[in-house]
Write a protein that binds this ligand. Structure first.
Ligand SMILES: [Zn+2]
Length: 47
């Protein structure tokens, strides 16, 4: 998942891959995306 640097629109990798060479935000047309890391979920055993 990527996030548009400008408007914060979330764009999936699939969406980005579907527009080769021209990566643009479908919302605002900006072309800088930030990689969004999924939150790390740790499994903790409750004692
Ligand atoms: Zn945008």
């Amino acid at each position: 998942m990527y996030i548009c640097e400008k408007c914060g629109k979330e764009v999936s990798v699939k969406e980005l891959e579907s527009m080769p060479g021209l990566l643009r935000c479908p919302n605002c047309g900006h072309h800088v995306f930030i990689k969004k890391r999924p939150p790390i979920t740790k499994k903790v055993k409750a004692v």
